[in-house]
Ligand binder design. Sequence first.
Ligand code: SF4
Length: 355
Amino acid sequence: MKDDKIRDMNLKALAPMSDITPSNGHEPLVRVIDLKKHFPIRKGLIIRHTTGHVRAVDGINFEIARGETLGMVGESGCGKSTAGRTLLGLYPATGGETHIAGYHVQEATGDEWMAIRRQAQMIFQDPFSSLNPRWTVNAIIGEPLRVHRIIEDEAARTERVKELMALVGLDPRFINRFPHEFSGGQRQRVGIARALASEPIFLVCDEPISALDVSIQAQVINLLEDLQRQLGLTYLFIAHDLSMVRHICDRVAVMYLGIIVEMADKDDLYEKPQHPYTQALLSAVPVPDPKVARHRKRIVLEGDVPSPINPPSGCRFHTRCPIAQPHCATHVPEWREITPGHWVACHEVEPKFRP
Ligand code: SF4
């Protein structure tokens, strides 16, 4: 098949990437290499000119193995949602590249681009604004089947939509209803069914539960886990709820001001966080056991998050870091593996093994 040939050629073209945080030795499905997304700031009503750039994503590297879930966490505005959209090619990248199943996302056009669009999908944060309010669920879920010419016959397409509705726990009898006739959780299920319609292998889940009622959140997480088991899906799970990320993810990447500052297996990261920023984030996560909570020290970060238009020199975290040293303001910390699979960018964290 033509698609397979292109994919093989692309896989061969991939250079060795020793500077990428590996996906625990398994075959990577997704490779992100020095990916950047800068948004220009334009001024002037008649003659528009660029006065600077918001460096939303400023050089991130990672791999995701087939069937793996990588969590991406950080405060709002740290660039994690922009990273998800840019790596899928929904935003043109300012620099760097993404490879998904061997396809070079930023260079793909025509058939290759359509193959990427089919295989890599996104689940959005707000299910209401991401669904066309004038379309029925049949039209919404059926659209990828039509666009990708997966099922041309309308009656057969409707049958497939009903199957997809059942797969995500929606009653197929509601096929002719409109988005506003569903609850928030049901609307997110419609969004998931639409994402699954093109039979993707990789999903970027952009805060898929943060707009939902707490009582519904666990149901949607369980659904995503079941679908991953049934369909062998690979996820990038973007979130700010760190306890939910621990539940669903295999590894976690922590973002601060457009870069990744720490990445590790979830248990390693939650039990032995090394970067001062990760330590501060985790110290704010509620603990169910009151005895443990009483003895836990909360790390409160001083100051505001600096502007991504002009990020601090050296270590970007130095303006808020409780253990910052003078050289932190002038030297960018190296991205180092401190224990197998645990990567940190901090001058004060020394590797504990020889790779
Ligand atoms: Fe803090 Fe310096 Fe480490 Fe940055 S490099 S996190 S400022 S100690």
